[in-house]
Design a protein around this ligand. Structure first.
Ligand code: TXA
Ligand code: MG
Length: 302
C-alpha cells in the first residue's frame, strides 16, 4: 500500500498554524497526534479543551533529537542507552524535568517529570524542524474514543471541530508508543507498546506512578490551599481570577484558557512565596474550568 505523500505545502501550513498557537493533527509512526507548541501554555490548554478531558493528564512532548531532549530533562545512563537504541522511534521516556526547560508546566500537568519522545515519522520530523520547537501531542481523538490511525479517524472523532489534518495515510504501528520511566537506576513500564524493553519492570499499582492517565501522585503544593476565596485572609497568598486580582492572577480578563495555561506556574509561585497559606479565587466550572477545579480540588486535599 502506498500512503499518500504529505506535501511540503501541508507541512508549512501546519507549522504556521502551530506557531500561531493553533492545533494540527499530525501523523506519527504510532497514531495520529493532536499537536501544539509545547512552549505555549494557551496552545497546550487548547489541547485539553479539544480532547474534552475533565482533568489535566500530562502529555507527551515530541522533540527533534536526543540532544534536544537533554535540554528539557535529565538523562541517567539507562535512559540514554534506551534513547540511543530506540530513537527516533515509538518509545517515550519519563524523566526528571529540567528547571530551565521552556516547555509549559501545563504540558506535564505540573509534575516534576516530563514524557519525551523523538518520533520517527518523516512528516512529524519535518514539522518539528519547521516549527523549531517541541510539540506536545496526545493521540488525536476526543477523550474516551479510540486512538486514530488514519486521518479519517481524526475527522470522525472531532466532526465539525476537526483541526487541520496532515494526511500521510495509515500509521505504521497503529498503537501508541511504549512508555518507560527511568528513576534511580530502575526502569519501569508505564504503557506497553511497539518497543519491548526486557529490563523494565511493570509499574506497580499504588506506586509513585500508576498506569498512564492514572497518576497516583500529582504535584501538590506543600502549603494548605483554600478554594473559592473572594478575599485574602491573614497569611495567605491569593491567586486571583477575573475581578479578584490577588497577589498574582490566573487570568485578569477571566479567560479560562489563559487560566489553565497559568495554573501550574501560579501554584508553584504561591508555594515558593513567603506566605504560609494559599487561597484561590473562584473559577467557573464551565469548559476547561472543570479541569482547573478538578486540579485545584486535588491540590487542596493533598
Ligand atoms: O504514540 C504516542 O505516544 C502518541 C503519539 C501521538 O506520539 N501519543 C500519545 O499521547 O499516546 P497520550 O497523551 O494519549 O498519552 C500520553 C500518556 C498519558 O497516558 C500520560 O498519563 C502519560 O503518557 N504521561 C505523560 N507524562 C507523564 C509523566 N510525567 N509521568 C507519567 N506518565 C506520563
Ligand atoms: Mg490517548
Amino acid at each position: 500500500m502506498t500512503a499518500p505523500k504529505a506535501s511540503e505545502a501541508a507541512i508549512s501550513k501546519a507549522a504556521n498554524l502551530i506557531l500561531a498557537g493553533e492545533l494540527v493533527a499530525v501523523p506519527t509512526e504510532t497514531v495520529y497526534g493532536l499537536a501544539g507548541d509545547a512552549t505555549n501554555g494557551e496552545a497546550v490548554a487548547l489541547i485539553f479543551v479539544a480532547k474534552g478531558r475533565p482533568h489535566f493528564n500530562p502529555l507527551i512532548v515530541h522533540v527533534a533529537s536526543l540532544a534536544e531532549a537533554e535540554r528539557h530533562a535529565a538523562f541517567d545512563a539507562a535512559a540514554r542507552a534506551l534513547a540511543e537504541a530506540h530513537w527516533p522511534g515509538p518509545l517515550t521516556l519519563v524523566l526528571e524535568r529540567r528547571a530551565d526547560s521552556p516547555i509549559t508546566k501545563l504540558a506535564s500537568a505540573g509534575l516534576r517529570t516530563i514524557a519525551l519522545r523523538v518520533p520517527a515519522h518523516p512528516v512529524m520530523q519535518a514539522l518539528i524542524a519547521a516549527c523549531g520547537r517541541p510539540l506536545a501531542a496526545p493521540s488525536a481523538n476526543r477523550s474516551g474514543r479510540l486512538s486514530p490511525t488514519r486521518a479519517a479517524h481524526v475527522r470522525a472523532s472531532f466532526g465539525d471541530e476537526a483541526p487541520f489534518v496532515i494526511d500521510a495515510g495509515p500509521t505504521e504501528h497503529g498503537l501508541e508508543s511504549t512508555i518507560i520511566v527511568s528513576h534511580e537506576g530502575r526502569l519501569r513500564l508505564l504503557r506497553p507498546g511497539p518497543i519491548v524493553v526486557p529490563d523494565a519492570e511493570p509499574a506497580e499499582a499504588g506506586g509513585a506512578i500508576e498506569a498512564p492517565g492514572q497518576l497516583a501522585v500529582h504535584y501538590a503544593p506543600s502549603k494548605p490551599l483554600r478554594l473559592g476565596a473572594s478575599e485574602r485572609r491573614e497569611g495567605e497568598w491569593l491567586i486571583g481570577f477575573g475581578a479578584i486580582p490577588g497577589d498574582a492572577t490566573l487570568s485578569a480578563r477571566g479567560d479560562l484558557i489563559e487560566a489553565a495555561a497559568n495554573l501550574f506556574e501560579r501554584l508553584h509561585e504561591a508555594d515558593a512565596s513567603s506566605h504560609a497559606r494559599i487561597a484561590v479565587a473562584p473559577v467557573p466550572d464551565a469548559g476547561i474550568g472543570a479541569a482547573i477545579n478538578d486540579r485545584l480540588g486535588r491540590a487542596s486535599r493533598g
